[in-house]
Design a protein around this ligand. Structure first.
Ligand SMILES: [Fe+2]
Ligand SMILES: [Fe+2]
Length: 187
């Protein structure tokens, strides 16, 4: 089966009701799609993985279950092994090699997209005029969006072979078109 983004969204929304988690999926999807276009990769396939990556988080909210216990559900629903493997690879505690551009991109966009959105929530125009340097400043304030793992943000950019500022700028650009959907103020 070649999964479509529509199927992935259906799987996600069957298991996930919380708005924050749905917005997280949309944000990561937008960032991963941006990179799929940038690298001339299979955008639909990458979107499927991004949409699904936390699909089981609401039913498996702890790391002894998420995302590994989601894998059998995805298998049951007919998702191919490469999609399941990419979904699993975003979890640091599973120590899976990020040996593809898709895996590196998903990891690099996961924490950062949430952080960029958090930066936008405290600005009058959302992420409309947000620049990497103010994101970098916020990254240095441990109390701001404290749940975001700073080390994963920098490692993500590094593994993609990008300067942090460059990666941040790309993610901001990717998220701007869906700012309204993410609950951000738009100009
Ligand atoms: Fe996750
Ligand atoms: Fe995530």
């Amino acid at each position: 089966m070649t999964p479509t983004r529509e199927q992935a969204w259906e799987t996600l929304t069957r298991h996930t009701k919380g708005e924050a988690l749905l917005r997280h999926a949309l944000a990561v999807e937008a960032a991963v799609r941006w990179y799929a276009r940038h690298f001339a990769e299979n955008e639909e396939r990458w979107a499927v993985v991004a949409v699904l990556h936390d699909f089981d988080y609401e039913i498996h909210p702890t790391l002894d279950q998420h995302p590994q216990d989601g894998a059998p559900i995805l298998r049951e629903e007919g998702y191919p092994e490469d999609v399941i493997e990419a979904v699993l690879s975003h979890a640091e505690h599973l120590s899976m090699p990020r040996d593809s551009l898709l895996k590196k991109t998903l990891f690099a966009c996961d924490e950062l997209s949430g952080f960029v959105v958090a930066c936008g929530y405290v600005r009058p125009d959302g992420i409309e005029t947000l620049e990497p340097k103010s994101v970098r400043k916020k990254l240095k304030q441990p109390s701001f969006a404290a749940g975001v793992h700073r080390d994963e943000v920098s490692r993500g950019a590094e593994e993609l072979g990008l300067e942090l500022d460059e990666h941040v700028a790309n993610v901001i650009e990717a998220l701007r078109p869906i700012a309204g959907q993410l609950g951000l103020r738009t100009a």
